[in-house]
Design a protein. Structure first.
Length: 109
């Protein structure tokens, strides 16, 4: 659902602070959390992240810059984390591949 919503809205939402995109640390990886909407991203901005701001990155910019940047930095993506879980943790390339599947499906229909 998250991939579809991201595709239809043509944007990915992240949280930023003075240092840039906020990061999560799982047991195994450093992750950049992403959300399908501003409301979900901003809902995460509590506690130590209360001063963070939700910003949208258009899908074209995400796919041409962020995918390769995150992959090059060995940073995974935490897809749609919530208060009680870290979300689906996947590589930037896998996230991009899921989006590409939707794009291909749209071209066929």
């Amino acid at each position: 659902m998250t991939f579809y919503f991201t595709y239809t809205q043509q944007q990915v939402w992240i949280l930023t602070d003075n240092d840039g995109c906020v990061m999560l640390n799982t047991d195994d990886e450093d992750c950049a959390p992403v959300w399908p909407s501003e409301a979900f991203a901003q809902a995460w901005a509590t506690g130590e992240w209360a001063d963070c701001k939700a910003i949208a990155i258009d899908l074209k910019t995400w796919r041409t810059r962020w995918t390769y940047g995150l992959e090059g930095d060995n940073v995974a993506i935490a897809v749609f984390p919530s208060d009680d879980e870290e979300g689906l943790v996947i590589s930037a390339q896998d996230f991009d591949a899921e989006l590409q599947l939707l794009i291909n499906k749209k071209k066929v229909n």
